[in-house]
Design a protein around this ligand. Structure first.
Ligand code: SF4
Length: 472
């Protein structure tokens, strides 16, 4: 075995005295304790800071049925809960913001309690769930409601078969929370003033057609069960889906996708039927030598509390692996410091950082998007902060159905016009996929070009010509 350089450096030198022979020779300076702050998780009755929850006991707050029942689904109710905590101008701003939002509203008491109501404007959780009209910016002209073209790649309603060996099964269209930035705002949640949703409700017929299609395609090995959100499936439905898929010989891997641990970790601790059902599917999968895991969605370290840690410990004790997929968002996690803390905190509670998505081209949330350049900068900054298997890959989910591409793998990137061009040889060979940086990160001169429809094709064709000039 070859000694690594750090191992050889810690060996005592030939002229070391007796004391140095017995003390470790530090190769790095003592750690700044602030760098270990990611291990400090909020515990105690933090929810009692909200007047409406002042009398809520720990037992009530941990009860998932209480969380679900008290989740707020109407802007007027939400604003009534926080009215005494914020200035009137905030309420007015939020009312106007909700009027223009593509997503309906649902927030849990847990989530509301974690927002810093002394500074809600800049709070990373407020930014993700409560729109403020004053912060909204104009959509890039190339935005689309279903930018990933999931419906175009769906042989059965709610089953997207894009990658050779993987399918996305949208089992239902509701979630424990509704995120402003949702890429599936074309289907998830109830209709809003701006968007009439397509329906992907729980339906035995639709599910049966999905299983039939999966069984008919021997190349399909990997199924993502999402929605909507697997948290909203009843225990019996978790088992029904899990067992139906485990019975299909070609299915080797499946993941239940849920944002639940980030917005209502209580469910894992107190919805025993649901957690036990998931555990049984995982165990049956293990016996059949098939992998069943949970995929979740933390975006900011503040979403992780002592309750989350207890929930993740419970899953770990049951042998359930949890992976995370974050969305890079402006003002939420678009700094190396925040992303590093998030990754380290997730590692601390045994959640594997898996992907960070550059924000999809979703309408109505342009204020949240960042550029490909920002993603590359943050990736460079976080790589090396922990083990490689706990370091996320930063990806662009190529608009138009190219699938996830490593953010660095563009064929061409024009930082001035904000156009990046990707290819996906194993998914859709020969095609080019375009991502567009948000207008607010471009120069005024280029913003003027994007305001002129005649210029769009000029900029796009120039980027494509550059991309084509590097044939492989
Ligand atoms: S939980 Fe997931 S599917 Fe549901 S609204 Fe949020 S991002 Fe969309």
């Amino acid at each position: 075995m070859t000694l690594s350089s750090s191992t050889s450096l810690t060996s005592a030198s030939p002229d070391s005295g007796p004391s140095s022979m017995h003390s470790a020779h530090a190769t790095r300076p003592a750690v700044d304790p602030s760098l270990l702050a990611y291990r400090e998780l909020v515990r105690g009755p933090f929810w009692q800071r909200i007047p409406a929850y002042r009398d809520i006991s720990e037992e009530q707050f941990l009860d998932h049925t209480w969380q679900a029942k008290h989740s707020i689904t109407h802007p007027t109710k939400l604003l009534a809960v926080v009215r005494d905590l914020v200035p009137a101008s905030f309420i007015e701003d939020a009312e106007k913001g909700f009027g223009r939002a593509p997503m309906s509203l649902r927030v849990s008491p847990y989530l509301l309690s974690l927002i810093d109501w002394n500074n809600p404007i800049d709070d990373p959780l407020r930014i993700q769930f409560i729109p403020l009209a004053s912060r909204l910016t104009a959509d890039h002209p190339k935005l689309d409601l279903d930018s990933l073209h999931e419906q175009a790649d769906a042989p059965v309603a709610g089953l997207t078969h894009r990658y050779p060996d993987k399918a996305l099964f949208l089992a239902l269209d509701t979630c424990p929370v509704y995120c402003r930035f949702c890429t599936r705002s074309y289907a998830v949640g109830v209709d809003t003033e701006d968007v009439e949703k397509i329906s992907l409700k729980v339906s035995n017929d639709r599910w049966a057609r999905a299983y039939e299609y999966i069984a008919s395609r021997p190349e399909l090995e990997d199924i993502v069960i999402s929605g909507g959100d697997a948290y909203q499936l009843r225990a019996q439905q978790i088992e029904e889906i899990g067992e139906s898929l485990l019975r299909i010989p070609n299915v080797r891997r499946m993941r239940f996708a849920t944002k639940g641990p980030a917005v209502m970790p209580q469910k894992i601790l107190t919805d025993h039927a649901w957690t036990d059902a998931l555990t049984r599917v995982v165990e049956k999968g293990r016996k059949a030598h098939k992998e069943v895991v949970l995929h979740t969605h933390f975006n900011h370290p503040n979403e992780i509390t002592g309750i989350t840690e207890d929930a993740m410990h419970k899953l770990m004790e049951r042998g359930i692996l949890v992976r995370n997929q974050s969305v890079l968002q402006r003002g939420v996690n678009d700094s190396p410091e925040t992303m590093t803390t998030l990754i380290k905190r997730m590692g601390h509670i045994n959640v594997h950082a898996y992907y960070v998505y550059v924000h999809d081209l979703v309408k109505g949330v342009e204020d949240l998007r960042t550029s490909v350049d920002t993603a590359i900068f943050i990736e460079k900054s976080v790589r090396g902060c922990t083990a490689g298997f706990n370091t996320p890959m930063f990806v662009v989910d190529a608009p138009g159905g190219g699938g996830k591409r490593d953010v660095h793998s563009y064929e061409y990137y024009d930082r001035e016009t904000g156009i990046s061009v990707y290819q996906a040889p194993s998914v859709k060979p020969g095609q080019f996929f375009l991502y567009f940086d948000p207008l607010h990160q471009l120069s005024t001169a280029v913003q003027r070009r994007w305001a002129d429809p005649a210029e769009h094709d000029v900029m796009v064709q120039a980027a494509l010509a550059k991309a084509r000039s590097h044939p492989r």
